[in-house]
Design a protein around this ligand. Structure first.
Ligand SMILES: Nc1ncnc2c1ncn2[C@@H]1O[C@H](COP(=O)(O)OP(=O)(O)OP(=O)(O)O)[C@@H](O)[C@H]1O
Length: 786
C-alpha cells in the first residue's frame, strides 16, 4: 500500500506539486492581501497559518487525494519555506488524521531525517514525537518513505529470528536477498532521489518565485504600510486638525456665546435703564399731571364754591328783594282787593239802599195815607220821646268813655310789653354781668377709638352731679424714697366743666344766653383755647358745633321777635389770622396769604371793618353750613402735609346782628365772634424749625397778647391802656373784648397722658382768665385803645 502510494502518484505529484503549492499558497497570499489587507508585519503570516481558524480547507477532497509520501515530501520544503503554514493545513485534513492520531505531529510522517536541523530547531512541534518513536529506528535513517518498509521488513525478519534456528547459509541467503532488495531499493531510491531533486529544483524555483512574490508582497506591504502610516498620519493630522478646528470652534462658540451674553446683558441693562427712565418720566408726568389736575380741580372747585356762594348770596338777596316786592305787591293786591271789596260792599249797600229806598218809596207811597195818620201818631210820640232824650245821650257818652278806656288800656299794655322786653334785655344783661363778663368753660374731649385706655390720663370731676365746676387732673405716678406710690392732684375750678361724655348741644345750652346777648345788641366773643387735637374745631365748627347752633338760635329768636316789632339782618364774615396776616376764608383760595386785608375801627360807633372782605348775608340758617364748608375748603387748599392749617392759624367767625324795632324805633347792633384759636402747644415742646418756627412764634405771640389784653381788662381801670394792637387777633376783636362785650373762653383738654403737661399749662392760663373780672358792661362801646 505504501509503495503504491509512494510510486504511483509521483509523476502526477510532480506535475501537481507546484499547482498544489500555488493553490495552497494562494489562499495565504490572498489572505495576506485581502484578509490581512496587506498590513500584517512579516512573520505573522506563519503564525496566522498555525491558527485552526486559518485551516479551513480550500478543498478537502483535493487534500485527501494527495498521497502521504507526496505530502511528506512536499511538506518538507514547504514547511521549511513557510514554516508551519503547510503543517497546519495538513493537520486539518481528515484523511491524514486517520493515519496519524496525534494531530500536532506532522513530523511523524514527514520525518525529521530530511530536515534534522530545522526539526531540531523547533522543539515545540516535532521534537516530542521523535522521542516517542525511539532512537533505534528513526535515527538510523533519513526521513523518507522507506521508514515504513524498513519497519515492516525489520518486523518480519526479527520474527523469523525468534521462530527459526539461526543458520549461516540462511543468513547469507537472507543477506543476499536483503542486499538485492537493498540494491533494488537503492536504485529505486536513486531514481526517486533524482525525481526528488527535480522536485526540489521545481520547489526551489517555486520558492524563488514565491520569495519574489513574497518580496513583491512585502514591498507592496511596505508601501501599503507606508501608505497606511501616511494615511494614519494624515488621519491623525486630520483628526488633530479636526480636534483643533473643533476646539477653535468651541472657543469661537464660547466667545460668541460670551459676547452674546455680554451683549444681551448690556442690552438688558440698557433696556432696563430705558424702562426705568421711562417709568420715572411717566411717574413724573403722572405726578405733574396729577398735581396740575388737582390744582386745577381745586381752583375749579374753589371758583365753583365761590360762584355758588356769590350766586347763593345773590339769589338770597334776589329772593329777599323779590319777597319784599312780593310782600308789597301782596299788600297792594290785598289793599286793592280790600278796596274792591269795600267798593263792592258800597255798591251792594248802595244797591240795597236803592232797593230799600225804592221799596220804602213804594211803601211810603202806598202808605202815605197811613203815614199821615202815622205822622200824626209820631208827632204825638215825638212829643212823648222828647221827654227821654237826655237819658239816651248819657248812655251814649258812657259807651264812648268805656271804649276810650279800653283803647288806653291796650296802649298801656303794649307799652308795658315793650317796657318788659327792654326790661328783660336789661335783666338778661344783668344776669350775664352777674355771671361775669369773662367766663371760662372747660371741656374734656373723649378718647378716640385709636387711643388705647392705657394712654388716657386720670381725670376726676368731684362736683359733676351738682355745679360741675371742678376738675382734678391726676399727675403721673410718683414713687417716694419710702416706696409709696402717689399722684399729684392738680385741681382747677371754672364756670363750668364738661366731662368727656358731654355732647355739643349740652354745651350750647350754657352759651345760648350769650348768643341772646348778641341779639340784644352786645358784642360777644367765644374762644376755644387748647392744644392741637384737644377738640377745638369739633366744638366750634363741626355740624352740631357752636357756630351752626348759634346761627340757628339767632334765626329762630329773630323770627319770634318779629311779633314785638323787631326785624333783624344778619351778616357773616369768616377770617383767618395766619402768621399775623388776615385772610378771607370766604374769598378765592388763590388769594389766601396774598391779598392784604386791613382792619379799620370806627371809634365813634365802636365798629370794626375789614377791607376787601367777603360779607355773606344769612337769610336762612342753612347758609351757615355752606359758609363753614367754603371756609374749610379754603383752609384745606392752603394746608400742606407738614402744616395742618387749622391748627396753625386762628379762625374767627364774625356774625353781625342788626335789629330794628319798627314799633318802638329801637335799634340794636351786636356782634357774635366765634374764635377757634390755633394750637396752644409751647414752642419748646413743638421742636419746630423754619416756617413752622415762625408760625409757632406768631401763635404764641398772639395767644400771650390775648392773655395780656384780658389781664389789662381785669385791672378795670377806666381809660387804662389795653394792648389790643399787640396782635392782629386782639386788634380785630378790640370791640368784642372788654367794654360792652361778653367773653367766654372754652379751655379744651385732651385726655391723653402724653398731653398732660400741655393740658396743665392750658388750665393754668384758663385759671388766670377766669380770675379776671371785667367791669360792668354797657351797651355803648367804650374805646380804650385806638
Ligand atoms: N367732644 C368730642 N366728641 C367726639 N370727638 C371729639 C370731641 N372733641 C374732639 N373730638 C375728635 O378729636 C379729634 C381732634 O379734635 P379737633 O380737630 O376738634 O381738635 P383741634 O383742637 O381743633 O385740633 P387742631 O388744633 O388741629 O384743629 C377729631 O377727630 C374730633 O372729631
Amino acid at each position: 500500500m505504501d509503495d503504491e502510494n509512494m510510486t504511483q502518484p509521483r509523476a502526477s505529484t510532480r506535475s501537481r506539486i507546484p499547482q498544489a503549492g500555488l493553490r495552497e499558497m494562494n489562499p495565504a497570499t490572498t489572505n495576506a492581501r485581502s484578509g490581512m489587507s496587506g498590513i500584517l508585519p512579516p512573520g505573522t503570516i506563519a503564525n496566522k497559518a498555525v491558527s485552526p481558524t486559518r485551516t479551513k480547507p480550500t478543498s478537502t477532497v483535493e487534500m485527501k487525494r494527495q498521497p502521504p509520501l507526496t505530502r511528506s515530501m512536499v511538506g518538507a520544503p514547504k514547511a521549511h519555506a513557510r514554516g508551519n503554514s503547510y503543517a497546519s493545513s495538513t493537520m486539518s485534513r481528515p484523511g491524514s488524521t486517520t493515519s496519524r492520531p496525534n494531530n500536532g505531529t506532522l513530523s511523524n510522517t514527514m520525518g525529521y531525517g530530511s530536515r534534522p536541523a530545522s526539526a531540531m530547531s523547533r522543539p515545540q512541534t516535532s521534537l516530542g514525537t521523535r522521542k516517542i518513536h525511539g532512537s533505534s529506528i528513526s535515527m538510523a535513517r533519513p526521513a523518507t518513505s522507506l521508514d515504513h518498509h524498513a519497519d515492516e521488513n525489520a518486523g518480519s525478519v526479527l520474527g523469523k529470528r525468534k521462530d527459526s534456528v539461526w543458520d549461516q547459509d540462511l543468513k547469507e541467503k537472507d543477506m543476499e536477498e536483503i542486499m538485492a532488495r537493498v540494491f533494488s531499493r537503492v536504485n529505486q531510491s536513486g531514481q526517486e532521489s533524482q525525481g526528488l531533486k527535480e522536485a526540489v529544483e521545481v520547489y526551489k524555483a517555486r520558492i524563488a518565485e514565491l520569495e519574489a512574490s513574497r518580496d513583491g508582497l512585502n514591498e507592496t506591504n511596505m508601501k501599503l504600510r507606508v501608505e497606511m502610516e501616511s494615511l494614519n498620519h494624515q488621519l491623525s493630522a486630520a483628526e488633530d486638525a479636526l480636534k483643533e478646528a473643533l476646539r477653535d470652534q468651541e472657543i469661537a462658540m464660547d466667545d460668541l456665546d460670551r459676547r452674546q451674553r455680554i451683549e444681551m446683558e448690556s442690552i438688558r441693562q440698557e433696556s432696563q435703564k430705558d424702562v426705568e427712565a421711562l417709568n420715572t418720566r411717566h411717574q413724573d408726568e403722572i405726578r405733574s399731571l396729577k398735581r396740575k389736575f388737582e390744582s386745577e380741580l381745586a381752583d375749579e372747585k374753589a371758583a365753583r364754591i365761590r360762584e355758588l356762594g356769590q350766586l347763593t348770596s345773590k339769589s338770597a338777596l334776589d329772593i329777599q328783594r323779590s319777597e319784599i316786592e312780593m310782600d308789597n305787591k301782596t299788600r297792594e293786591i290785598n289793599a286793592a282787593k280790600a278796596q274792591i271789596q269795600a267798593i263792592k260792599a258800597d255798591l251792594e249797600r248802595e244797591r240795597k239802599m236803592t232797593n230799600d229806598l225804592r221799596h220804602n218809596l213804594d211803601t211810603a207811597t202806598t202808605n202815605s195815607v197811613t203815614l199821615e195818620s202815622t205822622i200824626r201818631a209820631l208827632k204825638a210820640r215825638i212829643e212823648f220821646l222828647e221827654g227821654g232824650r237826655e237819658e239816651q245821650s248819657q248812655a251814649f257818652e258812657q259807651c264812648n268813655q268805656r271804649m276810650m278806656d279800653a283803647l288806653a288800656e291796650t296802649e298801656a299794655t303794649k307799652e308795658k310789653l315793650r317796657r318788659e322786653e327792654t326790661l328783660r334785655r336789661k335783666l338778661h344783661n344783668q344776669v350775664q354781668e352777674l355771671k361775669g363778663n369773662i367766663r371760662v368753660f372747660c371741656r374734656v374731649r373723649p378718647p378716640l377709638n385709636s387711643e388705647p385706655p392705657t394712654a388716657i390720663a386720670l381725670m376726676q370731676y368731684p362736683d359733676e352731679s351738682e355745679d360741675a365746676k371742678e376738675i382734678n387732673i391726676m399727675g403721673p405716678e410718683e414713687r417716694s424714697s419710702l416706696g409709696t406710690v402717689s399722684r399729684k392732684n392738680n385741681s382747677f375750678a371754672f364756670d363750668r366743666v364738661f366731662g368727656p361724655s358731654t355732647q355739643n348741644n349740652e354745651v350750647f345750652d350754657e352759651i345760648s344766653q350769650l348768643v341772646q346777648s348778641a341779639l340784644d345788641g352786645y358784642n360777644v366773643c367765644i374762644f376755644c383755647y387748647g392744644q392741637t387735637g384737644s377738640g377745638k374745631t369739633h366744638t366750634m365748627s363741626s355740624q352740631d358745633g357752636m357756630i351752626p347752633l348759634a346761627v340757628h338760635q339767632i334765626y329762630e329768636t329773630a323770627q319770634s321777635l318779629e311779633e314785638k316789632g323787631w326785624r333783624y339782618t344778619m351778616e357773616g364774615n369768616f377770617v383767618e389770622v395766619y402768621n399775623e396776616n388776615l385772610n378771607d376764608l370766604l374769598g378765592h383760595p388763590d388769594e389766601l396769604d396774598k391779598k392784604k386785608h386791613e382792619i379799620r375801627h370806627d371809634m365813634q360807633r365802636g365798629k370794626t371793618f375789614i377791607t376787601d372782605i367777603t360779607t355773606v348775608r344769612l337769610d336762612s340758617p342753612q347758609m351757615v353750613e355752606s359758609i363753614l364748608k367754603s371756609a374749610a375748603a379754603n383752609r384745606s387748599v392752603a394746608a400742606t402735609k407738614a402744616n395742618e392749617r387749622s391748627s396753625r392759624s386762628h379762625s374767627v367767625f364774625i356774625l353781625k346782628l342788626i335789629g330794628e324795632n319798627h314799633i318802638t324805633g329801637e335799634r340794636s347792633e351786636g356782634t357774635l365772634n366765634l374764635v377757634d384759636l390755633a394750637g396752644s402747644e409751647r414752642l419748646s415742646h413743638s421742636g419746630a424749625t423754619g416756617e413752622r418756627l415762625k408760625e409757632t412764634q406768631n401763635i404764641n405771640r398772639s395767644l400771650s397778647s390775648l392773655g395780656d389784653v384780658i389781664a389789662a381788662l381785669g385791672q378795670g381801670k377806666d381809660g387804662g391802656h389795653i394792648p389790643y394792637r399787640n396782635s392782629k387777633l386782639t386788634y380785630l376783636l378790640q370791640f368784642s373784648l372788654g367794654g360792652n362785650s361778653k367773653t367766654l373762653m372754652f379751655v379744651m383738654v385732651s385726655p391723653l397722658k402724653a398731653h398732660l403737661s400741655e393740658t396743665l399749662t392750658s388750665l393754668k392760663f384758663a385759671t388766670k382768665v377766669h380770675n379776671t373780672h371785667i367791669g360792668t358792661a354797657k351797651r355803648q362801646a367804650r374805646v380804650r385803645d385806638s
